[in-house]
Design a protein around this ligand. Structure first.
Ligand code: HMG
Length: 396
């Protein structure tokens, strides 16, 4: 069993300062707003304007981290970026961000990709590195989630970045233990070929894949540690949309019931151990790699002093697929982790944009990177249509 004294010593978030109300999206898509608000549990989606991308968002999250916590750039020996929306096929986001931040040249930089699992894979590598050296490691999760306009995935979109400093004897969260409760299965539930900005997804199948991976990695975790999900004060999941957390908790109840009686109802358990962190995801949407860590920030902003030393269960899922179940203990001093992430300030200062602006920003973004591959087709009964030319349609 890998018993580490390493973990998260600082964490900060960047959310673009614009959002689309999902009520407005539902109106444009001629859907009952409750489909998005109640059925998926989403409320708003963070929107990155055309000038922002995963590089600028990662740099912003790191700037906030260096401003808010006592960290010297000189101590950083590794910068890993978890992303699935990189701006280049060869040069990593980590390298550009390293330059923007002026980090030491004696520093390893690379991106880690496995859909939404990328940042957790990076975190794992960073923990191993920190355990062996006297230096700190940075992990940044940064993504813009895009699905086709009018598609079922569209209301789950989001944008944002989370920056994490991994150190020995961390003040925020110690991974204890960090066992190999990982699960991989090659599936085509969600993917994005290089010529596309938006993901291709088999949505209902992806939900099944997520739950299967949760069950398998939880069982590995249970066997390796002797702990059950009942031991955690809070449970944090990868959140593609908030309702997914309830489906995940329901699956854990079913699995655990094979071993012991679960002493609380699903509803009561959800309200007490899962819901407290979800408001952040409902406000921002899916930020892919950062989604689990956005939930963690949500919890760190709203937790109580009495949550000091609480044990958290965490589940990370990346389509494709790779998943991991792990746990961490909050630091004993709440002053070190309460209200430090920048999340509440970021959510407070946002501006609402119209559906028309949202579409125009997409056009700018997709045209910008995809050249002439993606085109705005026109309006259909007041609704904008956005399609790919034949060459792309035949490939997807
Ligand atoms: P959908 O078309 O909204 O599905 O697509 P639905 O018709 O089944 O509706 C969803 C829920 O809304 C249902 O409730 C409906 O009953 C309810 P449920 O049965 O789930 O409890 N509903 C309503 N409720 C109240 N009032 C109404 C109403 N209408 C319907 N009027 C889907 C949903 C998730 C498939 C879609 O959003 C999608 O494709 N999303 C993208 C893929 C995704 O998020 N998958 C999740 C697992 S995979 C993952 O997490 C990895 C990922 O993050 C990528 C990565 O790893 O990089 C996505």
């Amino acid at each position: 069993m890998g018993n580490y004294e390493v973990g998260i010593d600082a964490i900060s978030v960047y959310i673009p300062p614009y959002y689309l109300e999902l009520k407005d999206l539902a109106l444009a898509n001629r859907t009952d707003p409750d489909h998005y608000l109640v059925g998926l549990g989403c409320r708003r989606m963070a929107l990155a304007p055309p000038g922002e991308d995963p590089v600028t968002m990662a740099a912003e999250a790191l700037e906030t981290l260096f401003e808010r916590y006592a960290v010297s750039k000189g101590e950083i020996g590794m910068l890993l970026v978890g992303t699935e929306s990189s701006v280049d096929e060869a040069k990593p986001v980590a390298s550009i961000v390293h330059g923007l931040l002026g980090l030491p040249s004696r520093c390893r930089t690379l991106d880690v990709k496995h859909a939404c699992y990328g940042a957790t894979g990076a975190l794992r590598l960073a923990c191993d590195y920190v355990e062996k050296t006297a230096r700190g490691a940075l992990v940044v999760a940064t993504d813009i989630a895009l699905y086709d306009i009018g598609s079922p995935g569209e209301p789950t979109q989001g944008a944002g970045a989370v920056a994490i400093l991994v150190r020995k004897n961390p003040k925020i969260l110690t991974f204890e233990p960090f066992v190999e409760a990982v699960y991989t299965r090659h599936v085509w539930d969600f993917f994005r070929p290089p010529h596309r900005q938006s993901a291709i997804v088999d949505g209902h199948f992806s939900v099944q894949c997520y739950l299967e991976a949760l069950e398998a990695s939880y069982l590995f975790f249970r066997e390796a540690t002797g702990r059950s999900f009942l031991d955690f004060q809070y449970l944090l999941f990868h959140i593609p949309f908030p309702k997914m957390a309830k489906k995940a908790l329901a699956r854990l109840h079913q699995v655990e019931a094979r071993f012991s009686e679960v002493p609380c109802s699903l509803e009561e358990d959800f309200e007490r151990r899962v819901e407290p962190a979800l408001y952040a995801n409902a406000e921002v949407g899916n930020i892919y790699c950062g989604s689990l860590y956005l939930s963690l920030c949500g919890l760190l902003e709203r937790a109580q002093d009495s949550d000091a030393s609480a044990l958290l269960g965490l589940f990370s899922y990346g389509s494709g697929s790779c998943a991991e179940f792990f746990c961490g203990r909050l630091g004993p001093d709440p002053n070190a982790w309460l209200g430090q992430t920048g999340l509440l300030e970021a959510l407070k200062d946002r501006k609402r944009v119209t559906y028309e602006d949202y579409v125009a920003w997409r056009e700018a973004r997709e045209g910008e990177i995809g050249g002439k591959r993606f085109r705005f087709k026109g309006l259909d009964k007041g609704r904008r249509l956005y399609t790919s030319p034949k060459r792309d349609e035949s490939r997807s």
